[in-house]
Design a protein around this ligand. Structure first.
Ligand code: ATP
Length: 205
């Protein structure tokens, strides 16, 4: 077992679990950070974005103009599909390039918030690890961390897969509910790390 896909809803605790896995020796590939980097000034997605959406989609500093793109997507849902079609292969390539830096035998953890929503990731990992908590806990954590208005948090949650859809693809679930302490979370992560290290073949492999 070499490649773990780590996912969960916003605020579920993915980054916290990713840090714990890194502490156990995994190489963590953060696909959110990759996606952000692709649309910064000079980012690898910017030429294709300019070609597809025009100069209006590019801010003065050369980064993606997020306000413009948000407005465009609201007016034209096909723009969202086009943007994702353009970004997802680039995210995949950059993630694989990072994974190729793993030491021999090192487990690679792909932190993919939208693993369930963006089809190809499930086929690219040996196991899917889902960090799970109640929707109320997600809301509380995200609001505490970001100060976002409840309706903004809810809008993000509505665009993500449901809790049930995520659990349906999980090979293992980490419970990070309201009453789970960071110590208990770390214990669960250590247990899964041990279990999966002992079974080197993918499920059914
Ligand atoms: P996002 O999808 O927004 O990137 P995430 O799923 O990566 O979020 P984290 O950033 O790991 O989630 O956690 C969200 C917040 O909740 C953080 O401030 C984190 O410290 C806190 N948190 C996560 N799990 C616990 C826990 N078991 N006990 C206390 N605080 C927690």
């Amino acid at each position: 077992m070499r490649r773990i896909g780590l996912t969960g809803g916003i605020g579920s605790g993915k980054s916290t679990v990713a840090r714990l896995l890194a502490g156990l020796g995994a190489l963590v590939v953060d696909t959110d950070a990759i996606a952000r980097g692709l649309t910064l000034p000079g980012g690898a997605a910017m030429p294709a974005i300019t070609q597809r959406f025009g100069a209006a989609a590019v801010a003065a500093d050369g980064a993606l103009d997020r306000d413009y793109m948000r407005g465009l997507i609201l007016r034209d849902p096909a723009a969202k599909v086009a943007l994702e079609a353009l970004l997802h292969p680039l995210i995949g390539q950059a993630a694989e390039a990072q994974a190729a830096q793993a030491a021999p035998g090192q487990v690679v953890v792909f932190d993919v918030p939208l693993l369930v929503e963006t089809g190809t990731w499930r086929q690219r990992v040996d196991r899917v690890l889902v960090v799970d908590c109640e929707p109320d806990t997600q809301r509380r954590r995200v609001q505490a961390r970001s100060g976002w208005a409840p309706e903004v948090v809810q809008a993000v949650m509505d665009r993500q897969a449901s809790r049930g859809q995520r659990l349906a693809v999980a090979d293992a679930v980490i419970d990070n509910g309201a009453d789970v302490s960071l110590d208990t979370l770390a214990q669960q992560v250590r247990q899964i790390w041990q279990d999966w290290r002992q079974f080197p073949c993918p499920p059914g492999g």
